[in-house]
Design a protein around this ligand. Sequence first.
Ligand SMILES: Nc1nc2c(c(=O)[nH]1)N[C@H]1C(S)=C(S)[C@@H](COP(=O)(O)OP(=O)(O)OC[C@H]3O[C@@H](n4cnc5c(=O)[nH]c(N)nc54)[C@H](O)[C@@H]3O)O[C@H]1N2
Ligand SMILES: Nc1nc2c(c(=O)[nH]1)N[C@H]1C(S)=C(S)[C@@H](COP(=O)(O)OP(=O)(O)OC[C@H]3O[C@@H](n4cnc5c(=O)[nH]c(N)nc54)[C@H](O)[C@@H]3O)O[C@H]1N2
Ligand code: SF4
Ligand SMILES: [Mo]
Length: 715
Amino acid sequence: MSAKTIARQCNLCEAHCGILVTVQDEQVTRIEGNPEDVLSKGYICPKATALAGLHEDPDRLRTPVRRVGAGFEPIGWDEAFAEIGRRLRAVRREHGPSAIGMYLGNPAAHSSSVIYGALLRAALLTKHFFTASSIDQFPQEFAAWRMFGSNLLMPVADIDRTDRLVILGANPAVSNGSLTTMPGAKSRIKAVRERGGTVVVIDPRRTETARLADEHVAVTPGGDPFLLLGMLHVLVTENLCDERVTARQCAGFEQLAALVADFAPERVAAAAGVEAPVIRRLAREHAAAGSAVLYARLGVCLQVTGTLTQWLVNVVNAVTGNLDRAGGQMFATPPIDAARFGKYLPVGHGAWTDSSGRFKSFRSELPVAVLGAEIRGGAIRAMVTYAGNPVLSTPQRGELDEALESLDFYVAVDMYVTETTRHADIILPPISPLEREDLDVLLPVFSVRNNLRYSARVFDPPAGGLEDWQILARLVTEVLPLPLRARTTGVAHRVFEQFSPLRLSALGIAAGPYGVLRRGWKGLTVRSVRESAGGIDLGPLRPRLRELIGTKDRRVQLAPADFVDAARALGADLDRGARARAGGFDLRLIGRRHLRSNNSWLHNVPSMVKGKDRCTALMHPEDAAARGLRDGQPVTVRSQTGSIVVPVEVSADIRCGTIAVPHGWGHQEPGVGWQVAASLPGKNVNVLHDPALTDTFSGAAAVNSTWVRVETVSG
Ligand SMILES: Nc1nc2c(c(=O)[nH]1)N[C@H]1C(S)=C(S)[C@@H](COP(=O)(O)OP(=O)(O)OC[C@H]3O[C@@H](n4cnc5c(=O)[nH]c(N)nc54)[C@H](O)[C@@H]3O)O[C@H]1N2
Ligand SMILES: Nc1nc2c(c(=O)[nH]1)N[C@H]1C(S)=C(S)[C@@H](COP(=O)(O)OP(=O)(O)OC[C@H]3O[C@@H](n4cnc5c(=O)[nH]c(N)nc54)[C@H](O)[C@@H]3O)O[C@H]1N2
Ligand code: SF4
Ligand SMILES: [Mo]
């Protein structure tokens, strides 16, 4: 048969790079970047080729399976749904709706099937809803909600036009950007310098991104809020703020000025781990640049001070006049303009709490760090997980395995028997990514250019194969209080089939800013996107804060009172450090991502794991020498919560006093279905992180804050 080439996107991470997939005799023979793609312009990372590996992977589930003893056996879809419905309804009847918990993982957000995830969540009416957001961008949402009046208003760094890019706690050269979706981040960063701009990276590690920068500032882990308060002190006391813009756009400048008065660089330098003259210079240069943007992500988000730091990042941008202008922090105008309605959606902070009463719900969710505790305490009796692997991805003191095992019933929507889903009674697998067609309607909200792109199917779905949204729709019909007839005759099911995510998206686009309802026959349609193999470019980001802002006075809140109080109380984190060191925990543990790894789930594709062991503890030569450690030697990394044994990797790229271990490893558990992953298991770093240690405001897990010690392995 002759070869054919199909244009679509790689949906493994947020970048959603355009790819060209060549197929011959039902085999993928080539995956390459699509030069016509309006956002990625031909760039792909090595993970794109993993799509072929996933498609062909013999370990990938192709039919529903039911647990029997220690293993799983295939069952039919109808039988599976009937059983799931019976069991979930029984739990709800006996213990109420909140006894069914739901966890929605990261890949869910990379396909429009997520609409049905939200619908299932609504149908379950449970208070026990969790997502990977609470070990990801929760602090950014919280800061956005308080400053701009909507959690959806997380600003994007306008990297393609800025004169000064300052990155803290992000490594886009590896991650390709998150909540500033920037495929080909390396070229974009290089381009800032090529056009005469400056790039600074603030990170305890000299990362792949730092290597591309003019300057690397090796902040101490958790030191960022001190650094930013010091910068704000300089901006305010040296009159470097853009008064005209601040007066027009913002409220609370006086309170902010009063707060930062106490944070002179000389006072915060030690806590930040950055010398005072550097802090002063960073502030002056940010103010002096034609345009400048501070861009921050996971390294500062997943901290006790996550919300606080994100607030200060936004404040630095706002007071220097860099909010809502080209080259600064901006808001996209996506084809489905969810952010416009964000201000009308209540965030409902604290509408309910976890059983301990300590953790408040935020936009109808509880922080995932309490998941294990809620199950063990009996508040959750059944679980639904969709595209998530919380056993490896979240800190649970290593107790989630036992907790999941203790459930009355657990159903997982996933295509692998993972460390998490191995505890399920039934696993429902969607078809392979290459068998799906999709429209990327979520991520344009955070893209560096406005765009709309379409993914064509590479292969026809196999007979009887279902997409995620179809599986989730069936689960909705099983848990809704429908008359039995509606379920058994499939009426409800046929109704849902009329409302596929693609159709719903088409409606959203028609009603959106570029759609036919606004623009008439020239408007953007799904058909026009389908016909353009690289998607449709909808132009650079445009100023639009006035239209979006949802605060009462329609101004950016520079100084929410509780944030100001928390900033004044910042010393507490230093106290925690002093106590930890007194207890013999003398190193700070941070995370690390690799270009060939994607959270917990690409380790079963051989080309993604070949080469040397990547689950290592990166350590500075001085720290290694002080402990008598050699490169490659296995060491015990111990925290107050747990311990793991991994090889040490000695490198001057990391700040003294800090070690970095990647997450998503630890595939050695019995019964997991991914055999390649199980043969190179690595260790689960999240057993070292204390689930009780969370961002003060949002409850997000603070996994870049953990005090550890490193010892030679005894015996
Ligand atoms: N290859 C690859 N790409 C990915 C992923 C992946 O797993 N692999 N995951 C995707 C997902 S889900 C996300 S959310 C994004 C994440 O995207 P990023 O946030 O860009 O990714 P990280 O590598 O976690 O970057 C965090 C950085 O913060 C630094 N850091 C740690 N602690 C501190 C601190 O206290 N202060 C400062 N200033 N820096 C600190 C770390 O050294 C690290 O360089 O990446 C996405 N892309
Ligand atoms: N210590 C530490 N922990 C971290 C982080 C960190 O930096 N440090 N990063 C955190 C971040 S940013 C994130 S986003 C989370 C991720 O946390 P999770 O979302 O819980 O975990 P993933 O590893 O992304 O697991 C994804 C699962 O979904 C399945 N899957 C993949 N694609 C699909 C699909 O299309 N449909 C279905 N139904 N299933 C699919 C995979 O088989 C896998 O089991 O991890 C977090 N954990
Ligand atoms: S950066 Fe890599 S994994 Fe992410 S979408 Fe692009 S090709 Fe796929
Ligand atoms: Mo993430």
